[in-house]
Structure formats: C-alpha cells, structure tokens
Design a protein around this ligand. Structure first.
Ligand code: TXA
Ligand code: MG
Length: 339
C-alpha cells in the first residue's frame, strides 16, 4: 500500500480514506495518533495490524468536543464534565463505564470501560469535526518503539502499512496524555502526562496513583515484555546528575560510540567530535525535555552507537511523565561507573 503524506489543506483526502475504513495517522498536541473509525471493527483491526500491537490493549476514542461524548453516552458524571471543561481540548484521557454495544470489543479490549480524549490540535479537531464518527488513536508507532512526534517518525515506522499521514508539524507536548480512570472511586491516574496530579486536584477532591506507574516490578507476567516500551534498538541507560563526570571520563578512556541525550550544560562536558549528542533543553526546562525525549531517542537510534545515555529529571510534576517514559525506554537501567 502506498502511504500518502497529506497536509491541513488535504483534509478531505484523509476524511475520505477514514470513511472508507482505512487507517490514517493524525497529529495531536501530545504525539501522532493512528486514526480509524471507532465504530467499525474491521477498521480498528487494521490499526492493531499496522502497529503490531496486542489486541487486548484498549484504545483511546478521540472526539472533537465534550458534547459529542455526551451524545454518545447520553450523559456524563459531574467529575467528567468538570475535568472536560477545565482541560479539554488538551492532553487528558478520561476512562468511564460505557454500555455494551456502542463500541466494538476491539476498541475496549473486552473491558466495560472506554477511554475518551479531545485533543488540542487544529488539524485533529478539523479532522474529527469533518467525520460522522469518533476515531481510535493509539500512538502511531510500531508497538514498543518511541511514540512519534513528527510525520517523518510515523512514515519511518508505518510507511506502506497505512493509507496516509496528516502532517501537522512537530507535536508540542511530546509525551502521551495523562490517563485518569473515573470508573473507580476515588479516580486513579493510570499514566502520567502533561496534566499533572496538582492540576487534577484543582478539580477533583482526591486522586490516587496506579501503583504500577512507580513500581513496574509489580506488574504481573512476562515483565520483559511489559518493560519493552518506548525503546530504541540501541541500549539506553539513565544517568543521575552526580554520575556525568564519571561518564565523561569513561567515554574518553574507552572511546565508546555513545549518544548523549541531555541538556546543553551536560552536552558541553562531552567532546562533540567523538560523541553524538542531542539537546533535550537549553536551560533544564522539563516541558522542553518532554517535548524532545522521544525525538531524541529516535534521532540517536539512527546512528551506529553502542549505548545511549539520558539525563534524569526530578520525578515530580511534569517530570513524572518524563521519568515514566524514560524508565521504560531504559528498562530501569542506571549508569554506574566501571573502573
Ligand atoms: O496522547 C495520547 O493519549 C495519544 C494520542 C495519539 O492521543 N494516544 C495514546 O494512545 O497514547 P495509546 O493507545 O498509545 O495509549 C492508550 C493507553 C494505553 O496504555 C491503554 O492501555 C490505556 O490508555 N487505556 C485505554 N483504554 C483503557 C481502558 N478502558 N482502561 C484502562 N486503560 C485504558
Ligand atoms: Mg503508545
């Protein structure tokens, strides 16, 4: 299959393909999503096929507005309405109980709940408004690879496997949406993102964290499989602030082919003649680091390197999303100095 590269002005081509049951990648403010008609089982199956994703992993349903979701569900809870009004369109996904039969099992993974999100991107919103159905939208990468933050990343992974990509430029947020489960009391954060716990607490009286977010060791069954997420082919290690000087010495001594993904100050410690570097941020800015984490991992993975070393950030606020993705990419490994 030839994969078309479309732009905002080609929206009708994308609408046509999606209406025909094809799969089209689209930009959001977080990462690119892999769109298909959420009401059509055959179209949703194509998404799983294109990604190589296990089909028991449920998908997020993308809508253009809260009112579209109200129409689908009949009504929504007070918490749902308040969070939606405060943070949508935006990087927040809300999980609620949904009556059986509205979405095919391929969307829900067989669960009684569905995840909804209204993305904050002009191309995504125009696309969703132009369709008579909502779109499923898992990140538009091959399963296990870092999520795509440009149309080029999508083509790298999925060219020939999907009908088209709508190019909406580089995504702003860079990590996937915060996922909040409203089907439990009190609500539970299942995935950290740019809508932080502190922001949620401005609306909700209470919110819990899914313990798996911080302690992936407790995840049941085939941990190796569960860890391998967001991972480039090159091995990745995290580096604590106090260990960079040791790493500089080690690289000089052993002449390893390494990639460094860190802020400008750390990059300046390395000799750029012999080390491949990618700047996360100029001035230790965590939103910038989130924005560049996946693109940096992808860029460094394209070189022939022995190892990629990545800066850690404090595991708080926006840093929770960063560290959650980085720990998975690094399979929990930290750098330790080898004499
Ligand atoms: O920012 C995002 O959310 C991006 C953009 C494209 O919108 N999408 C995205 O989708 O990250 P995906 O499929 O890569 O991640 C969806 C996450 C998965 O971890 C999935 O297990 C979880 O949401 N999820 C979806 N429906 C769920 C449900 N009913 N119950 C529990 N978890 C659910
Ligand atoms: Mg994903």
């Amino acid at each position: 299959m030839q994969t078309h590269l479309w732009h905002h002005q080609d929206l009708n081509e994308a609408i046509h393909a999606l209406t025909e049951g094809e799969v089209v990648a689209f930009p959001t403010e977080t990462v690119y999503g892999l769109g298909a008609n959420a009401y059509c089982d055959a179209a949703v199956q194509k998404v799983y096929q294109a990604k190589g994703r296990p089909s028991d992993n449920p998908l997020i349903v993308h809508c253009h507005s809260l009112s579209q979701i109200q129409e689908i569900l009949g009504s929504v809870s007070e918490d749902f309405q308040q969070l939606a009004e405060q943070f949508w369109p935006g990087p927040l996904t809300l999980i609620v109980e949904v009556p059986e039969g509205i979405f095919p099992k391929s969307v829900t993974g067989g669960l009684s709940t569905v995840a909804f999100r209204v993305p904050n991107h002009p191309v995504a919103l125009d696309l969703l408004k132009g369709l008579s159905f909502p779109l499923v939208g898992p990140s538009a990468n091959l399963s296990g690879k870092p999520s795509p933050t440009t149309a080029a990343h999508v083509l790298h992974d999925l060219s020939g496997r999907i009908a088209g990509v709508l190019d909406g430029g580089t995504t702003q947020v860079g990590v996937e949406s915060t996922v909040v489960d409203l089907s439990v009391t009190p609500p539970m954060i299942l995935r950290p993102g740019a809508i932080t716990e502190e922001m949620l607490l401005s609306v909700l009286p209470q919110v819990y964290w899914d313990p798996h977010v911080f302690d992936p060791i407790t995840q049941p069954k085939s941990p190796g499989m569960k860890y391998k997420h967001y991972a480039p082919d090159t091995p990745v290690s995290m580096v604590r602030d106090e260990d960079w000087d040791d790493l500089v010495k080690e690289v000089l001594a052993h002449n390893n082919r390494v990639g460094i993904l860190a802020d400008q100050e750390i990059i300046s410690l390395f000799d750029e003649q012999v080390t491949t570097t990618y700047s996360l941020t100029k001035d230790y800015n965590i939103s910038r680091a989130n924005q560049h984490l996946f693109s940096g991992l992808r860029a460094l993975d394209a070189y022939d390197l022995d190892h990629i070393f990545v800066q850690v950030f404090p595991d708080e606020g926006l840093g929770k999303a960063y560290m959650n993705r980085l720990k998975k990419a690094a399979n929990q490994q930290y750098y330790h100095f080898k004499q």
